[in-house]
Design a protein around this ligand. Structure first.
Ligand code: ADP
Length: 439
């Protein structure tokens, strides 16, 4: 029993892992993209600020933004903005001569100069936006910088012919990026935990129908094999017995031969029904409706049953009142009638009565097959449509049924968008009513 469960559990685990990995990749990608764009937008803003200041210096006209943000604005030396206690001004400008000496030390402010004097002139970085880290008093400050060479023609004598480094402090931005990254990690971890739960529930939910189908398939194969084994055993026994009588003539062994033949017929019915059900399970369209003249068609089909019933000392009455034409799959409806009428004959005792009423009610054709047999209990009514279900349980019942007929009958009716129901006949017996939609 445990062994049978293993592939299902294994499949569920595989599904769970697949879903979990998919969620993890999705969340990680989402986190990476959000982080990338956040980073990008912050650096783009800073770099745009730097380029703006570069243009101002080359034009040498102070902008309101520059005046506000620059601590030691050379263009406005009187600008008074004291350095913050925790670090340098957000924007700074250092002027180097061609030998790398800082020329605007006085304007940088004493505290600022202590840090900014560590900046060096690296000529190969000309016109490039670079990251720069400077350390003073064990505190490291981070900057985004751009180095420009100001032409001698510049109207500002402090800049003219010198190298100017525009520096933007990015400590606050780095802090924002770091705290955003931490928040993002916490969020991602939360979503990953959520993904574990969702993947588990999803894998269970999606495995439900698969497990049911699996079990049905397994039971179906086991039952089919069992049903085939019984007639095969009977045929084998009969043939083995015949082999022990090599001198006897067929006429002397009629019983054995006819028993074997009965079992062959039984196997034929069984295999063709198994095939029908296997086809019904596949997605291939089985429904081929054609226009049928209801009254003559049903009358013709039902005619032989009068004789069959009479030969078994039972009576049969067909009452076809349905008129006009309708779209029906004639092969399937013939199969439906064979199943319902075979059952009616099988389960009705001698001197019993069977009847078929074919009526047309609006857009439906109703086929009611009644008998005066033992009937079907309320408990069994829904179960008799299950494959291999038989109310008598005994597989070697005299009726020779295999429990597949009504499963096929129900499928045929469903193909016609109809319903197959069972009612009690009075005083005894069953009435099977198939309502077929004919539009
Ligand atoms: P089977 O080949 O065994 O008849 P079916 O699927 O046609 O298989 O029927 C399933 C079971 O329903 C039967 O085994 C029988 O117990 C019950 N049944 C079907 N038709 C009748 C009927 N007309 N009267 C009483 N019982 C019936």
């Amino acid at each position: 029993m445990k062994k049978q469960k293993k592939p299902e559990t294994r499949q569920q685990t595989r599904l769970f892992i697949n879903e979990l990995v998919t969620f993890a990749i999705l969340f990680a990608t989402l986190g990476f993209v959000v982080y990338f764009f956040f980073n990008q937008s912050i650096y783009t803003n800073i770099d745009q600020g730097l380029r703006g200041q570069e243009r101002q210096i080359l034009r040498n006209t102070p902008t309101p933004k520059m005046e506000h943000r620059t601590a030691s604005s050379v263009t406005d030396p009187k600008a008074k903005r004291s350095p913050s206690a925790s670090g340098p001004f957000r924007s700074n400008i250092i002027v180097f001569n061609s030998k790398g000496k800082i020329m605007n030390a006085a304007m940088l402010g004493e505290r600022n100069y202590g840090l900014l004097k560590k900046a060096q002139l690296i000529k190969k970085n000309l016109n490039k936006v670079e990251d720069l880290s400077l350390t003073s008093d064990e505190i490291t400050s981070h900057f985004r910088t751009i180095l420009i060479k100001v032409p001698k023609s510049n109207s500002n004598p402090v800049y003219a012919g010198r190298y100017v480094m525009v520096m933007e402090s990015i400590d606050a931005d780095l802090m924002a990026i770091n705290s955003f990254r931490s928040a993002l990690m916490v969020t991602l971890i939360f979503f990953w935990v959520l993904a574990i739960l969702i993947s588990y529930l999803l894998s269970r939910w999606s495995m439900g129908p698969i497990i049911t189908a699996w079990r049905k398939q397994r039971d179906f194969s086991a039952n089919a094999a069992h049903e085939l084994r019984t007639p095969l055993t009977v045929i084998q026994n009969q043939l083995e017995f015949l082999l022990t009588q090599p001198k006897s003539r067929i006429v002397d062994q009629v019983d054995e031969v006819s028993t074997a033949l009965d079992e062959v017929r039984h196997m034929q019915t069984l295999t063709s029904r198994l095939l029908t059900l296997a086809r019904s399970d596949s997605n291939v369209t089985q429904f081929n409706p054609q226009s049928v003249d209801l009254h003559p068609w049903f009358t013709d089909i039902l005619r032989p049953y009068v004789e069959i019933a009479n030969s078994q000392q039972k009576s049969f009455a067909a009452n076809v009142t349905a008129e006009g034409k309708a779209q029906l799959d004639t092969d399937l409806i013939r199969q439906l009638l064979v199943i319902l009428l075979d059952n009616a004959i099988k389960y009705t005792p001698e001197n019993g009565r069977m009847g078929v009423d074919v009526t047309r009610v609006k857009d439906t054709v109703q086929i009611a097959v009644s008998d005066t047999g033992a009937g079907i209990s309320d408990e069994d009514k829904p179960k008799v449509f299950d494959r291999f279900y038989r109310t008598d349980k005994s597989r070697n019942s005299k009726t020779g049924g295999n429990g597949l007929g009504l499963a096929i009958a129900q499928w045929v009716v469903q193909q016609h968008h109809g319903k197959l129901t069972i009612k009690d006949n009075q005083p005894t017996g069953a009435i099977f009513v198939a309502s077929l939609a004919i539009k």
